[in-house]
Design a protein around this ligand. Structure first.
Ligand SMILES: [Zn+2]
Length: 505
């Protein structure tokens, strides 16, 4: 459930320092501590609780940067903080300055930094359907803090090399749920590293303990894992990945025994005389009331995707990808993929350059590349240049078409279109049309572009899933997404007066 992005956090120097000091730590028995939450002796590599807190403090800004910043929503933040604070009272470690943050990203994730920094994303809040599910997520993250998994893992890293995973990233990142690829490779590395399966299970076990003590129904831990799984399947379809690829790294794969443990916890609760009826509350209505009106999907400030169109109201431009391309909006670039293997990457140059766009393309961006058919052109009144080159990627020989368009400030919008060499002819015209579709937006039309909102409504007899799902931004996957959002299994019908999450444009 949580992909603690440690590798984002550690600088190369810190990692090297860690590895160097590791040599000295091997075989040292003096740094085992009995953890009050897990009850285990854990190797935390001399890291004290104060060190945990300092580490959290230092890395908090990096998490904000990687995940779109703070979602500024006073009521929801207060709500999450209240529930988190209540749960924290049931943990074994009160001395952490627990702090709860909602991250402004549609990615579905939750994470924790050592020292009590707990994060849930806007995407996760949209997916959850009850207060108990949110409490389950927060409890799980609290458990990573209290069981000091971060420090323990750091201890392990000091002993063992961590480089082995790096080679596997490219392919495996594809199977990750919730669009983690948007964050680029470093976060993907962290995501795969995550915590060990043992840590995840321990966090679930402790999480079930905390949420049960606070009066929530422990079954919510399982129901939310189920939602996460359904979500990761739809996401995989959206990204054109085979379902098998997803299952390998999905949330159920890392939490296989949670279901079993929830059953045990319920069994214990029933056995202690609290009785089955006192298993705990779900708080579904209350939760839906809280998330009613929250932002859904991309924040226009970060650019948004509508079908095969990318719109950036902040920077005031838009373009269209070729038909049937699936676009993904990342922190630094927009990527697009076609099921046939064609792909595109859009980004902006960091450097300001004088001189014609053709010079930038030839001597700057594509320096040291054998360019063909260099051509100057004008797009929406802006000067541009395009050329192509042959290259090689994981799939084999490819043709790459590069297009640079000069911004008013001397930087460049850059398009890279990639097709398998054998199909290069077929893609030439669609790529050109896509590049030529680039246009600037005036202030007024940019201002009209608003974020989508999640609204909670009551189903009317005439409502259909297709009808309610059509405002979602996921094209032919709208119905599937709507089902995930509302815990409806494939084929399951709406029931009268059911409370539903819908998306308003
Ligand atoms: Zn976790």
């Amino acid at each position: 459930m949580c992909f603690e992005p440690t590798s984002v956090i550690l600088s190369r120097r810190q990692v090297l320092a860690g590895l160097a000091s590791g040599a000295a730590l091997v075989g040292t028995a003096g740094c085992l501590d009995t953890n009050a939450a897990s009850g285990r002796d854990s190797f935390t590599g001399f890291q004290s609780i104060q060190d945990d807190i300092a580490e959290g403090q230092a890395n908090h800004p990096k998490i904000l940067k990687a995940f779109g910043g703070v979602y500024e929503h006073r009521r929801l933040t207060g709500y999450v903080t209240r529930i988190g604070g209540t749960l924290a009272k049931y943990t074994e470690y009160q001395q952490y300055p627990y702090r709860f943050t909602i991250l402004n990203t549609p990615i579905v994730n939750a994470l924790a930094l050592p020292g009590g920094y707990i994060y849930v994303t806007r995407g996760l809040l949209a997916l959850a359907s009850s207060e108990a599910e949110l409490a389950g997520v927060l409890s799980h993250e609290l458990a990573h803090v209290t069981a000091r998994h971060g420090a323990e893992r750091r201890g392990a890293q000091q002993v063992a090399q961590i480089g082995l995973l790096l080679g596997a990233i490219g392919l495996r990142a594809a199977g990750l749920p919730s669009g983690l690829m948007q964050l680029g490779q470093t976060a993907a590395i962290a995501a795969i590293k995550g915590y060990s399966r043992e840590h995840e299970l321990e966090a679930d076990t402790l999480g079930i303990r905390y949420m049960s003590r606070a009066g929530y129904h422990p079954e919510a831990m399982v129901s939310f894992l189920r939602s996460l799984r359904a979500h990761s399947k739809v996401e995989a379809q959206l990204q054109g990945l085979p379902p098998g690829e997803v299952d390998q790294f999905n949330i159920m794969a890392t939490h296989p025994r949670t279901v079993e443990r929830v059953r045990q916890a319920q069994g214990q609760a029933a056995g202690t005389g609290n009785g089955a009826k006192k298993w705990g509350r779900w708080g579904r209505e209350k939760y839906l009331t809280q998330i009613d009106g929250m932002m859904f999907g991309d924040d226009p400030k970060q650019g948004l995707i509508r079908g095969n169109k990318f719109i950036h109201p902040g920077l005031r431009f838009e373009f269209r990808a070729p038909k049937d391309f699936i676009l993904r909006n990342g922190a630094k670039r927009v990527t697009g993929q076609h099921p046939s293997g064609a792909a595109m990457v859009f980004d902006m140059s960091a450097v300001i350059r004088r001189g014609p766009a053709a010079d930038y393309l030839q001597f700057g961006w594509a320096a040291n590349t054998q360019l063909q058919d260099l051509e100057s052109l004008t797009i929406d009144g802006l000067e541009g240049a395009t050329a192509w080159a042959e290259g090689q990627n994981q799939t084999g020989p490819v043709r790459i078409r590069a297009l640079a368009i000069r911004r008013e400030d001397g930087r460049f919008y850059r398009f890279m279109y990639i097709s398998p060499l054998a199909k290069a002819g077929r893609w030439e015209a669609p790529f050109r049309r896509s590049g030529l579709s680039f246009r600037r937006l005036d202030v007024r039309s940019a201002a009209r572009i608003k974020a989508q909102r999640l609204l909670v409504v009551t189903a009317r007899p005439e409502d259909t899933i297709a009808g309610l799902a059509k405002t979602l931004p996921y094209g032919r996957f709208n119905d599937a997404w709507f089902r995930v959002l509302n815990d409806l299994a494939p084929g399951q019908a709406l029931t009268a007066k059911q409370r539903l999450k819908v998306i308003a444009s």
